[in-house]
Design a protein around this ligand. Structure first.
Ligand SMILES: Nc1ncnc2c1ncn2[C@@H]1O[C@H](COP(=O)(O)OP(=O)(O)O)[C@@H](O)[C@H]1O
Ligand SMILES: [Mg+2]
Length: 785
């Protein structure tokens, strides 16, 4: 029932225990705590509060020194006291147990789990304990126990036994050790028993004349009164009245404010309602930035930040121009699709800069829960707005460029379908009245410029994809990478490392070396990292007062970057029987892969063995290839019965990396044909395409990435489905000049292109596959066909 992250930053409070649903005021002058509190308040996020074990107060923070049960708290209000102290109200949300401490960005975080309370209110012993505790409390009060004015009335109305026990503890202020025991008690009945005993002891003490609470340091009574400070409510009312967000919204929120005013500040709902009204008051209902767009200036900025990508920049500018000319026009959202590091996210940032708008990036990877997008209703314990509204509030602008990053990684599970929530966010027909469950008021998202990104378009839920215009960024050629490195990355990294004054150049050869041997990617992310690494070394020299290297040569790479990490995946050194070069799409770009087949005598049993971690679809396409080959064996002079007397083993290295997809079908067929015909397949030809049993070649995905990989590997000819020829249009011209492309409709057309010798040798010769294995570099992610 609790929306709890599994990690939270830790705050240690040794002299107070915070119970769930209760708010306390604390003061602190500790700069670390102040930073943490300000940050958490800003993000409307939780904190994990606990205290140290007795005697460990001075020890450095580690798991053994803290109490393993604490409270997840929300920071609801911060007030500066003087210049170096702040006063905050912490509102307990729920009990948590600390599983482990972690260090994150200089802060201590904890791996936490929500506490499941055991026991329920309907249990008769619990009921009895509740009743008796209340009676005891009233007797205590009569005997002189100080209580806040309306405490008894409030307690009378509480139905949750666990909450009752917590609240009585707060009122009686026993010593901290007992408070911690009560906090740590998950069984509700046992917790009530502890509280009952506490009440009993307190009554005895009061009757014996000692009025003060026994033992323990005296706690300050939580200063709830200060929150209800009329001034602050009035101030909030003024702010709400000033917001121009529609009469009906205004009415609703002012009504909530009236309710707040009448509410008892000690009541559990008070702080959540206060948080809500403040949240509404803080939202940028009308704030906008960067209205008029100068397209020429925008183009300049896009060029300043990114090399090449002409078509994409043009498309973006068109999109902006259309939006500007006709605001009412519902233009589709741009979705940038391509492998990592090709500049999708940074293009989004650039668009924001060009338009003078704020930039927001929301990573959708691993978002499973609809509530993360659309928020939780306020009746929910620990409710919060969804990420969309949170980010808009943080940006303080209602027209930011909002990047929905990695939209293809959006999850879905029992907690609802985030894609449908996202649909409402993105849909221009609906998003001018987007209702977040927490806000429960329509917020106008129609001025937000959404840009989505994805590695692949296929996994994007269809209704979302329908509303987007996909722009492909296939990855860079080696020349493009070098240009990006010289003109952009080097300067950027020099600046990042305070080396603007140094004239450092990286030679052409050194760049080749970095690209070929230290990175293996379609984009330039690792290339940038490597350049950064070199600059870091230079910066260190400079700081040490030594002369900084002026020219980075290929020979220096080993010293600067360590041993080479990759070897360029090359086409096979020579043509062989039973090996065909295939092309794979991988999430990091394209790759070439070798399909190998070997032949064994076999009189009976299974005829096809497949290895190399192949997925179901790939296995099926191997079956299809074999069946089709058997059906046309005659055409290629394969002797009758050949396939009955042999077992065929197909292997696709690297064996441990999972591969799937239908696009290797044609390559597998050709491998089998080369094997059965004992004729070499040309090692400089790469093949991609799905096949059908009727002998047709069907279109496949990822063509551009595959072509770039083939070129990197030194392939001269690519055989692909005819339907895919159109995908080649956007490729750099030099590639189309260097590689010979053949678009096919039928499998038969592929044979002379890949196995030119077929028919010249004895078709029935049964040559054993030579069996040597080549070294192949491992792709960093699973390739798919
Ligand atoms: N065409 C380009 N020109 C200049 N820098 C680029 C280009 N493409 C990518 N980069 C740089 O490469 C890095 C990685 O890009 P990023 O936007 O994170 O990629 P993605 O979001 O596609 O994974 C960024 O620093 C980006 O500026
Ligand atoms: Mg990115």
């Amino acid at each position: 029932m609790q929306l709890l992250p599994d990690q939270l930053p830790v705050m240690v409070l040794d002299n107070i225990v915070i119970f769930p649903l209760l708010a306390v005021t604390i003061r602190t002058g500790n700069p670390r705590d102040i930073d943490l509190l300000l940050e958490r308040r800003e993000e409307a996020e939780l904190l994990a509060v606990t205290s140290r074990q007795e005697g460990c107060e001075r020890r450095p923070l580690d798991y053994d020194s803290i109490h393993p049960v604490g409270t997840a708290c929300r920071v609801t209000r911060i007030k500066e006291i003087g210049s170096d102290q702040i006063e905050v109200i912490l509102e307990g949300v729920c009990r948590i147990s600390f599983l482990r401490l972690l260090s994150r960005n200089g802060q201590t975080w904890a791996l936490i789990a929500g506490y499941q309370e055991t026991g329920q209110a309907s249990d008769s012993i619990t009921q009895m304990l509740m009743e008796s505790s209340l009676n005891l409390l009233k007797t205590c009060c009569a005997a002189g126990q100080p209580l806040p004015e309306n405490a008894v009335g409030l307690l009378d109305r509480i139905t949750s036994p666990g909450h009752l026990a917590d609240l009585i503890t707060l009122y009686l202020e026993p010593d901290l050790a007992l408070q911690r025991r009560i906090l740590a008690q998950v069984s509700i009945r046992d917790r009530l028993k502890l509280v009952h005993q506490l009440l009993y002891n307190r009554l005895r003490a009061l009757e014996n004349g000692s009025s003060a609470a026994p033992g323990g340091p005296q706690l300050q009574f939580p200063e709830h009164k200060q929150v209800s400070d009329q001034n602050e409510i009035d101030e909030l009312r003024e702010r709400i009245e000033r917001l121009e967000f529609g009469a009906s919204n205004s009415r609703i929120v002012l009504k909530e404010l009236d309710r707040l005013e009448r509410m008892n500040p000690a009541s559990p709902d008070y702080h959540s309602l206060l948080h809500y009204v403040e949240y509404v008051a803080d939202l940028p209902w009308n704030e906008e930035t960067g209205e008029n767009l100068d397209l020429e200036a925008a183009e300049k900025i896009l060029d300043e930040d990114h090399y090449g990508l002409e078509k994409i920049k043009e498309r973006i500018l068109e999109h902006l121009a259309v939006r500007q000319l006709n605001r009412e026009l519902k233009s589709p959202i741009i979705c940038l699709v391509g492998p990592p590091g090709v500049g999708k996210t940074s293009l989004g940032k650039s668009v924001a800069r060009a338009m003078g708008r704020k930039f927001i990036r929301l990573s959708l990877g691993g978002v499973h829960d609809e509530a993360e997008i659309r928020g939780h209703r306020r009746t929910y314990l620990g409710a919060m707005p969804g990420k969309i509204i949170q980010e808009i509030k943080r940006a303080q602008s209602r027209n930011p460029v909002f990047m929905l990053d990695e939209i293809d990684k959006l999850g879905r599970d029992f907690r609802g379908d985030p894609a449908s929530a996202l649909l409402e966010v993105m849909d221009p027909e609906q998003n001018h009245t987007f209702v977040d469950h927490y806000l429960n008021l329509p917020f106008d998202l129609s001025r937000v410029l959404f840009i989505a990104t994805a590695n692949q378009a296929d996994p994007i839920p269809a209704p979302l994809l329908d509303r987007m215009e996909v722009i492909q960024l296939p990855g860079y050629t080696e020349e493009e990478k070098k240009n990006i490195a010289c003109r952009y990355l080097l300067d950027r990294q020099r600046e990042n490392h305070g080396l603007e004054q140094e004239r450092i150049v990286i030679t052409d050869e050194a760049l080749d070396g970095i690209i070929d041997n230290y990175t293996r990617e379609a984009g330039v992310r690792n290339l940038e990292k490597m350049i950064g690494k070199i600059m870091r070394k230079c910066a260190r020299e400079k700081v040490a007062g030594r002369p900084v290297m002026k020219t980075v040569t290929r020979r220096a790479l080993n010293d600067l970057l360590g041993p080479e990490l990759h070897h360029k995946e090359l086409a096979a050194a020579r043509s062989r029987v039973g090996i065909v070069t295939g092309l794979a799409w991988t999430p990091t770009g394209g790759d070439i892969l070798f399909i190998e087949a070997a032949l064994m005598k076999s009189e009976k049993g299974e005829h096809l063995t497949l290895t190399g971690s192949l997925g179901e679809v790939m296995k099926e396409s191997a079956q299809t290839a074999l069946s089709y080959l058997r059906s046309v064996a005659d055409d290629y002079n394969i002797e009758p019965g050949f396939f009955d007397r042999h077992r065929i083993h197909i292997h696709i290295p690297s064996g441990a990396i999972p591969k799937d997809g239908p696009s290797a079908g044609l390559a597998i067929f050709l491998t089998l044909l080369s094997l059965a015909g004992a004729v070499n397949a040309d090692h400089l030809v790469a093949v991609t395409g799905e096949i059908s049993l009727s002998g047709r070649v069907l279109a496949v995905g990822g063509i551009k990435e595959k072509v770039l990989a083939a070129r990197r590997a030194g392939i001269r000819r690519i055989v692909l489905p005819r339907e895919n020829l159109k995908n080649l249009e956007d490729l750099p011209r030099e590639i189309r000049r260097e590689i010979d492309f053949h678009g096919l409709e039928t499998i038969a057309e592929a044979v002379p292109l890949v196995i030119p010798g077929l028919g010249n040798t004895s078709p029935t010769a049964r040559q054993q596959y030579p069996g040597g294995r080549r070294k192949t570099a491992r792709p960093s992610s699973p390739p798919a066909g």
